[in-house]
Design a protein around this ligand. Structure first.
Ligand code: NAP
Length: 455
């Protein structure tokens, strides 16, 4: 992505630039992380839980400040940035509460006089994170990591350095020891050498397929475990028995939240043909209501995209679809204003072979696909390389069962939008990645699940 810098997406102004860490500085942090782990793993679980609660308290009491920082760096609306900070507090409290129970020895009856499963930390874990939820992506990694006794290093996206530094500061102020969670301000090309270091035991990356493949390859070479959370082109299926008004209102939120830059945003709207026109009109009406503008203004619904390259990439995909014959129901033209603004856009009559069928549209663009019925809806939903989260709308229980069973996705939401929840595992299949975050499954990803057998 280039320079490590805060650049205001609303104005294009460079706010602050940072130099990447030197090899010596990286070495100091790695050594610190390893040394901290030796003590940290022995700290009683209630201390770690208490520090997580304290982190939650800091997030809650300073949510306006951290929210403003998120908005400044990546352009989401201030209301949604504050909500993101609140959700980070929630995930800290969740693992503070449930972690000790999930991590307790699990007795199993066997031929031993006593046998059990013990959950032990692995050591230093590297997280490579994206800018779209600059706090949430990190806290959903950090909270289970820290309760389990691991320590973390964060390579955050180059356009959110101040968020990255703020997170390190929050965790230090909460009481976690120096070295338990450190931010590395580094370029993407510095990641391979770091993850190859024997002190790093495993890694996770949330981001694009290319970045995931690159990290996965290095970790594979060194036999280190990875969890990869990659892109998506999630379906939003609407069938005739659905409540169309609720579905259309939810569809607008599911597509446009975070200025359209969410991995689990609904991107392809698959509509049974008897309701397609009515649903499309309802969706256009919803899109028309939205105010695009300064994300710091509490009245704004949609702010700018995070960077000029995301803006131009998205516009390129839209223009290719239009050139190939797609019809624009609303939007579709680049704004002449300063800043990375893109209008809420709906495309229909998408020709086979256009990017709409196989690429991720990372911005406020809805793609409509009328279909004959359930069979074709499932087949089209499954036809992309991705498989993150699917949303399907029907009040017919037989249809619901088939959708739950047959959609190729890490999650299926019926009559609701796909969202993450600390209590439920989150992740994808196919080219959306592998492994899980959140819930009990997310906690177990970076542990030595040790079998104990005593005669
Ligand atoms: P990206 O370019 O892959 O960046 C994500 C992170 O990876 C950044 O920290 C980036 O650093 C780093 N990176 C890039 N290339 C790398 C490489 N070769 N080796 C190691 N690290 C590398 O992703 P993006 O385009 O900014 O983010 C959007 C993508 O993330 C979308 O596809 C979205 O769907 C996906 N995403 C997925 C989830 C999920 O949970 N499945 C959640 C959110 C987003 P620099 O910034 O320095 O390049």
């Amino acid at each position: 992505m280039g320079k490590i810098a805060t650049v205001n997406p609303t104005t294009g102004e460079i706010i602050e630039e940072f130099q990447p860490l030197t090899p010596d500085e990286i070495e100091t942090k790695l050594a610190q992380a390893k040394a901290t782990f030796q003590d940290y793993r022995r700290i009683p679980m209630d201390h770690r839980a208490q520090w997580l609660r304290q982190a939650a308290h800091i997030l809650e009491t300073q949510k306006e400040r951290f929210g403003a920082l998120i908005t400044l760096e990546m352009g989401k609306t201030i209301q949604s940035a504050i909500a993101e900070v609140e959700k980070c507090a929630l995930v800290c409290r969740y693992y503070a509460q449930e972690g000790p129970r999930f991590l307790a020895d699990l007795t199993v009856t066997t031929d031993a006089s006593y046998s059990c499963i013990r959950y032990q930390p692995l050591g230093v874990i590297l997280a490579v994170m994206p800018w779209n939820f600059p706090f949430w992506q990190v806290f959903r990694f950090a909270a289970p990591l820290l309760i389990a006794g691991n320590v973390g290093l964060l390579k955050h996206a180059s356009n959110v350095p101040q968020s990255a530094l703020a997170i390190e500061e929050i965790l230090l102020h909460a009481g976690f020891p120096l070295g338990a969670f450190q931010t590395l301000l580094i370029d993407a090309h510095q990641v391979a050498a770091i993850v190859s270091d024997e002190r790093i035991k495993a890694a996770t990356l949330t981001g694009s397929e290319e970045a995931g493949m690159s990290l996965g390859a290095v970790c594979g070479h060194h036999l280190k475990k990875t969890v990869l959370e990659l892109g998506g082109s999630d379906p939003f299926i609407v069938l005739p028995t659905a409540d169309l008004t609720t579905a259309a209102t939810t569809a607008a939120t599911a597509r446009l939240m975070n200025n359209g830059q969410s991995c689990i945003a609904a991107k392809r709207f698959i509509l049974e043909k008897s309701i397609a026109d009515e649903f499309s009109q309802l969706l256009v009406d919803q899109f028309r209501l939205l105010r695009v503008g300064d994300p710091m203004d509490r009245e704004t619904d949609i702010g700018p995209l995070a960077t000029p390259s995301i803006l131009h990439e998205l516009d390129g995909l839209v223009q290719t679809c239009i050139h190939q014959g797609a019809r624009v129901l609303i939007g579709g033209e680049l704004s002449p204003h300063v800043g990375n603004f893109y209008p809420p856009t709906i495309l229909t009559d998408l020709p086979l072979g256009s990017p709409a069928y196989h690429q991720e549209f990372f911005g406020p663009v809805a793609l409509l696909f009328p279909v004959e019925g359930l069979e074709e809806a499932i087949q089209l939903a499954n036809s992309t390389p991705f498989g993150l989260g699917a949303s399907a709308w029907t009040n017919d229980s037989t249809e619901q069962d088939r959708l739950i069973q047959e959609l190729e996705a890490g999650s299926v939401f019926i009559n609701g939008m796909v969202k993450s929840d600390p209590r439920l595992p989150f992740g994808g299949i196919k080219r959306s990645g592998y492994g899980r975050e959140l819930g009990v499954q997310g906690l177990y990803e970076f542990l030595n699940i040790k079998t104990i057998w005593i005669h």
